[in-house]
Design a protein. Structure first.
Length: 171
């Protein structure tokens, strides 16, 4: 039993250390992604989010508070009497756009083109585009077997144990 508790504790520590786990703490709730998507589409006001998403006011209030606390949205007054606020993407929030674009593209790949209710297009040409994730330095797609995760410089012993550095020759 003690070994299981130690292993469970180690896994929880590793999960907190993992960038995926950390990211999901901020945006893992599906309402959060939908609110951020609406913010990218230009929505800023509580009633706009609520009307578009058909979300309860209590859930929306909770999600907006979390997004503000996490630094993804900024709450700004736009009217003084009565006081009303808008929610504007921060730089950190805007940095999530590629993630949301990639998630939407992943969802669309599973549909026939005629079944897609939302597509990404080039704003100038109107042509549909297919987003991919590439390495900034080389331009190579990073979704293949040629790229793997490994422990980083700040990794704990548990994280280092999880990942074995792969040599360039594949061994």
């Amino acid at each position: 039993m003690r070994r299981m508790v130690t292993l469970a504790s180690r896994l929880r520590l590793e999960d907190r250390e993992c960038p995926l786990s950390t990211t999901l703490q901020h945006v893992g709730e599906w309402w959060t992604l939908l609110i951020l998507h609406d913010a990218f589409d230009g929505f800023t006001r509580f009633d706009e989010f609520q009307e578009n998403l058909k979300i309860s006011s209590s859930m929306l209030t909770s999600r907006l508070k979390t997004l503000v606390a996490d630094g993804l949205l900024e709450r700004r007054p736009y009217q003084s009497n009565p006081t009303r606020h808008e929610y504007v993407l921060t730089d950190l929030g805007r940095s999530l756009r590629p993630v949301i674009v990639a998630l939407a593209a992943w969802g669309n790949q599973r549909l026939d083109p005629g079944q897609r209710s939302m597509i990404l297009v080039d704003a100038e040409s109107g042509q549909e585009v297919e987003p991919v994730v590439v390495d900034r330095a080389t331009g190579r797609r990073v979704d293949g077997a040629g790229f793997v995760f490994t422990s980083g410089p700040a990794a704990s012993d548990a994280m280092r144990a999880r990942y074995v550095t792969t040599k360039k020759d594949g061994s």
